[in-house]
Design a binder for this molecule. Structure first.
Ligand code: URA
Length: 199
């Protein structure tokens, strides 16, 4: 992707990434992969099959970065974000609006045990969202990923992702009706596709 899409000098090289946020932990895709795969920062590493990486449709430096909450069972098995029922629905939605360049990832990269996918009955009654502490553990990775993708815009899906990225406890419905900013990136908030089965 051409760097010239961005007027800001914040992004583009290693030094610039450090300006974006001093807490960035990964300065290359290779570092992101290595660090996340070896991460044991929170308890989720104990029950994961594998760390779940972002998924894109051709170019990981995509125009639209979509951020969900956490991987479900299928993602945990396959190691890729949004490949379960929520992901299938999301793919259809992205296709239907003709979006050509997207990258999907999550606030948390390991499956919170008991997390369910769309239409899946929670097993052992353990269906849950990631905790604040788990989101915070993964925060450095998400920030690094944002800087590496360098999207034109960010779409956050669901309350957990919205509150984590925007650093607020504001009501989800209120967040949805506003355009936000995260550094130089415009941010929009939408319902998580999995919420359609809770209606
Ligand atoms: N839900 C999410 O938020 N992320 C996934 O990857 C799958 C389901």
């Amino acid at each position: 992707m051409a760097q010239s899409r961005f007027k800001s000098s914040f992004i583009g090289d290693r030094l610039a990434l450090a300006k974006f946020n001093p807490n960035l932990v990964c300065h290359s895709w290779q570092e992101l992969e290595t660090y996340t795969n070896n991460c044991q920062a929170c308890g989720l590493h104990k029950s994961r099959s594998q760390v779940v990486a972002g998924r894109h449709n051709g170019n990981r430096e995509a125009d639209l970065l979509i951020i969900g909450e956490a991987p479900g069972r299928v993602e945990d098995e396959r190691g890729l974000a949004f490949v379960g029922d929520s992901g299938k629905l999301l793919d259809i939605m992205l296709d239907s609006v003709g979006l050509e360049s997207w990258y999907l990832t999550n606030v948390v990269r390991c499956r919170p045990l008991g997390n369910r996918t769309l239409f899946e009955t929670p097993r052992n009654g353990l269906s849950r969202n990631p905790t604040k502490a788990e989101c915070q553990s993964c925060w450095g990775f998400l920030q690094s990923e944002i800087a590496l993708v360098k999207p034109l815009a960010i779409l956050v899906l669901g309350k957990v992702a919205a509150r984590t990225l925007l650093g607020t406890a504001a009501k989800f419905e209120k967040l949805m009706r506003t355009k936000h900013q995260y550094f130089e990136y415009p941010v929009w908030v939408a319902y998580h596709p999995a919420s359609t089965d809770r209606a």
